[in-house]
Every structure is written in C-alpha cells, then in structure tokens.
Design a protein around this ligand. Structure first.
Ligand SMILES: [Zn+2]
Length: 108
C-alpha cells in the first residue's frame, strides 16, 4: 500500500464510521475514539498489530487505537480495527476475557 500515513488515518477513521452501525445493530455503541497509524511506545512492533489505550490515558478522554503501519492487507487492517474497537467498548477493562469475547462473538 503506497498511501501516506495521513491518508491511511482518514481511511481508518472512515472505517470506524462504516463499522458503527454494525456494532450498534448488536447493541454496542462505539465510544468516541481516535485511530492512529503507528506503534504505541510499549509495544513490540514485530508482534503487535494494534493496540487500544484506555480513556484515562488520553488527554481528550477518548479511547486511542493504534494500528500498525506494517499491516498491508486492508482485510487484516479491518480485522485488527474491529478487535481494538471491542477493547474500546469496555475501555480495555476485561482484556481478552469474557466480556471481550461476548462482544466479539455477537459480531460474529
Ligand atoms: Zn486485544
């Protein structure tokens, strides 16, 4: 993918808008969030495809999602984005626990 980081970020933000009704349909509203393309400081760039930060860590009190610029496949990007939005919905409270799985499962 040769798109610039900036284009990719507006693409990601647009994707959130497209996913919104899908999440709403199963009863989960997407909280206000910022999606960025990049690595979070504490993550390993080799293994981390995405990361979601809890609201209290953000100055704007929104969830911040980072998507690794290493992912080239748009399907994989969306996959990762959906995964991280699931974290944003419970504000990263349950990790990959029961709540998380409940949200992920109802999305199919
Ligand atoms: Zn996760």
């Amino acid at each position: 993918m040769s798109a610039s980081i900036l284009n990719r970020e507006s693409w990601l933000q647009e994707a959130v808008g497209i996913l919104e009704p899908i999440f709403s349909a199963v009863g989960y509203g997407i909280p206000p969030l910022k999606v960025s393309c990049g690595f979070a400081a504490s993550s390993s760039p080799r293994t981390t495809l995405g990361q979601c930060w809890p609201r209290e860590r953000s100055g704007d009190l929104v969830n911040e999602i980072f998507i690794s610029p290493k992912i080239d496949d748009p399907v994989e990007v969306l996959d990762t984005l959906v995964h991280e939005i699931c974290h944003a919905i419970d504000d990263c409270q349950s990790g990959h626990g029961v709540d998380f799985q409940g949200i992920a499962k109802s999305l199919g």
